[in-house]
Design a protein around this ligand. Structure first.
Ligand SMILES: O=C(O)C[C@H]1C=CC(=O)O1
Length: 96
């Protein structure tokens, strides 16, 4: 199942830089591990914003929920999810 996810990160302005840097480091490690696994298919920065648009390929909405809530930055993110399905005019075989 494919999902489009928008994550907007809002770190508290008074969070110490060392805490923010550590959270971002852990987030990057997990995000890259999930990309290597194929679960996190695309990760794009939204220009001019501390936000991303991502495509996830997971077995269920519960798996996506568990994955998103496990992200180190989850407590500081506003998350919007949209379910995707194959477009009848899509030409790429891996668009499911
Ligand atoms: O930077 C972000 O958009 C937030 C988050 C998503 C992946 C990652 O490494 O950090």
């Amino acid at each position: 199942m494919l999902f489009k996810v928008r994550m907007t990160v809002k770190l508290p302005p008074d969070m110490p830089k060392s805490t923010a840097d550590e959270l971002k480091k852990k987030e990057r490690e997990l995000a890259q591990e999930l990309q290597r696994s194929g679960k996190w298919r695309h990760l794009w920065r939204v220009v001019g914003q501390y936000a991303n648009i991502s495509i996830f390929d997971v077995d269920s909405s519960t798996e996506l929920h568990d994955l998103l809530t496990s992200l180190p930055l989850f407590p500081y993110m506003q998350i919007e999810v949209e379910a995707l399905c194959r477009h009848p005019s899509a030409i790429h075989a891996d668009d499911r």
